[in-house]
Design a protein around this ligand. Sequence first.
Ligand code: NOJ
Length: 722
Amino acid sequence: MTKEALKALLDGMTLEEKAGQLTQCNAGQFIRVDAEITGPEGQPLPADALNRVMGSVLTFENAKQARQLQDMHLAADRNRIPLLLMVDVIHGMKTTYPIPLAMGCSFDDDLLAECAGMARREAAAAGVHVTFNPMVDTARDARWGRILETSSEEPLINGRMGAALVRATQGDDLSDPDNIACCVKHYAAYGAGEAGRDYNAVEISERALRESYLPAYKACVDAGARLVMPSFNALNGIPSVANKWLMNTVLRDEWGFDGVVISDYDAVGELVTHGVAADMKEAACLAMEASCDIDMVKGVYYQHLADLVREGRIPEKALDDAVMRVLELKNDLGLFENPYHGADEEAEKRLNLCPAHREIARRAEEESAVLLKNEGILPLKQNIRNLALIGPFAEEKRLNGFWSRPGAEAYTVTLPEGIRDRMPDLELVIARGCGAELGDTDTDGIAAAAKAARSAEAVVLCLGEPENDSGEGRSRTEVTLPGPQLALAEAVIRANPNTAVVLFNGRPLVLTELEKIAPAILEMWYPGTEAGHALARLLWGDANPCGKLSAGLPRTTGQYPMPYNRTNTGRPKPQPDTGVFPFSSSYLDSPNLPLYSFGYGLSYTSFSYEKLTLDKQSITKNGSLTVTVTVRNTGDRPGKEAVQLYMRDLVASVVRPVQQLIDYKKISLEPGEKKDVVFTVTEKQLRFWDFNCKEISEPGDFELSVGCADHLLLTHRFTLKA
Ligand code: NOJ
């Protein structure tokens, strides 16, 4: 449709019809579909009237439903404006790949893009037009259950992976039925909620916000994300959906975002609960003033926008602009010509869970697993005859994590299935041992599990956190292994020290006690559809672990928030840490550093960082520096290594982080092979937000280092000249 035709369409619409375009319903609100509802359910809106004018739908499951929804709506809408169909396709539609936090551990933007491409193909075939992805909230506190939805505690990774996902999902042309639009969320700083409690208030200086939170959203906007979702939380006193500074000043004016803003679930209505709007009408008014275009699910816009315009409280121009943004998105998706977009039952059958997609998911699962400890236990021997698979996750099917689509467990390869496929002659003894629910105290099964361990050649002990304990609305005050799992680990490892612990969880967990007793620990996160195959290949060394932690693992929950890129204090704790140092910035009962730091992860081979060279000792503002790091595989099997480049600004007008990731590259090395990894450093990477909230760089000395956080191996200085 031409711009003129869109304008004519808009001009012919009533106020109610315009409000309808800005209203999103649950599929279940007007048609019975077995779609998952992702928020608290409220009163259904009047079905018939709404169906005529409604602009978009949240959550359905397949092409058949997509077509049904579109047909029902088009038959009722006199303007014949197709619906926008939106789904949370976060880490897969049918073929599920690892949770975003795990994908962050791959340190591989291209791999993420491959996974996103697969999800996009399956989602497009199901008739999805928009996915509520990527989520790029900086999360530095694992008490917050949604930490699993983000790639990392580091905005650089979130921004790079988010942008890669946007490009792989939207493609060059949205009207191609194989492409779908992205909604970046949750703008802004949703991950910084006080005390790690979901939906909680965020108080943060503009300087900190701009430095550590906003860059990842901006990277996705710059990559072309077509929608943005404001976060639930109040940011410095004003909920994001009504936060004019955040939405109008920064997003629209500064960043030039001209796409669609959609509220989170009932976030407009919740302005009343927050206590910043007296009633729903005022809530609608506040959200519109902050240029929120679509109201998700509760119908606040539908009920009040027309009146607000008639009363002169909202200019009709503002309403028209919002509607036009929605119509333009529909037009760019080609919906006026083909309202079904990619919805195609045949394509669904062909693509969903196809071998090629399973292969991508399996590879991603292997490359996001992080080997935390290994005292010669892994890989297991090829000629092993019997193995005990123990623990509450030994036979678990729900290894996909929050936001896997409903029913995902039905087609997940379990661990016993994966192991039997790899080792058909292996005698496999399975014992659950105990549960993993919070508050679970039943230890009756531990003795039998220890017995099974004792008579096996080796043990794989599967511990973790139930799938539903991390995700939205799932904050915890203690991020320890729930239930009696530690007691199970003690008994099993005592019975058979040839034990590898394998973890399935959605958030960094405190492993302090486990680490003392476990000879090997492999962090699998929630791997997804190919869980069993990926684990078997990792256990027997067909795949070599290469994940690096994208968020550090704490020694104790009390360390949170625990950013790896902390700033120094005037009284830093002396390093190396040999105990308690009174009057230093430290704890009486715990070291400062995490148990496992950001960027840490082992391999079955070993790497040495042989040389770090800079092509010059100083640069000017327009110059650049070439940094070369020589890495060698010093072990006896091929492996991959995520090479990480850190920076420290030694003296600046505001305190700077003691280490800051500024780039990373993942390389493959054959045994004995060495490679030069080249990074280019420019002045832009040295910038920070000064006290007056200006982005600047300051001349002076900087350090560049490689290694992982808290364990930097090689360091060089250079100078930024005025
Ligand atoms: C609430 C969540 O906060 C958001 O991430 C999600 O996209 C919406 N519900 C829609 O399901």
